[in-house]
Design a protein around this ligand. Sequence first.
Ligand SMILES: Cc1cc2nc3c(=O)[nH]c(=O)nc-3n(C[C@H](O)[C@H](O)[C@H](O)COP(=O)(O)O)c2cc1C
Length: 199
Amino acid sequence: MKISLISTSHREKSQSNRISKILEEVILKINNKIICYNLNMYNSKIPLWTSNKRENSEFWEKNFEKISNELKNSDGFIMIVPEYGGMATPNSKNFFLVFNNGELFHKPGLIVSISSGNGGAYPISELRASSYKNSHIMWIPENIIIRNVEQFLPGNHGKLIPSWIDDRIKYSCDLLIKYAEYIKPIQKFINRKDFSNGM
Ligand SMILES: Cc1cc2nc3c(=O)[nH]c(=O)nc-3n(C[C@H](O)[C@H](O)[C@H](O)COP(=O)(O)O)c2cc1C
């Protein structure tokens, strides 16, 4: 089984990327045979989608296929999305336009929203409201919000981090893995030729 962790920050030294690595450890503790693929959208320099692929030919000719294949081979996804201006990040939305070739089709996804303060709800409602139509990602009913994210450090959390959050994260990751396992047989029924875009 392979799980992709997608960090959608626009910053070089991001909390999203830090959280992504912590979540990878959680996944591996649950099952060390799971292969994790970390996609840091900032480092990977994934361009804003345009119809003119010559504009970013280096990405489209060299890197796109490699990343797309990693995602295609994944059974589930964790999207780490910070709240920017009360919204999901542009990178999190751009991801669904760039990787729109069935990579995510009918595969489970866990949204992990982060905020340096008390925010974090908006990216979840935004991704749940849109994002799935053409990508066909299946967000699982659980999601995580890590508030006061700078204080989040398992084993040494700051005062503002609730004591229950590690258990909830483990539970949600556990569930994501189970969804990925049980949903897999559905792949053979999927008709991307006639129904590649949702209604
Ligand atoms: C452009 C920008 C806008 C932000 N807007 C919000 C916001 O609306 N709500 C919030 O809770 N935090 C907001 N923050 C703070 C982020 O939650 C915090 O910086 C977080 O660490 C960002 O994640 P990152 O480090 O992965 O980029 C904002 C940060 C940036 C850079």
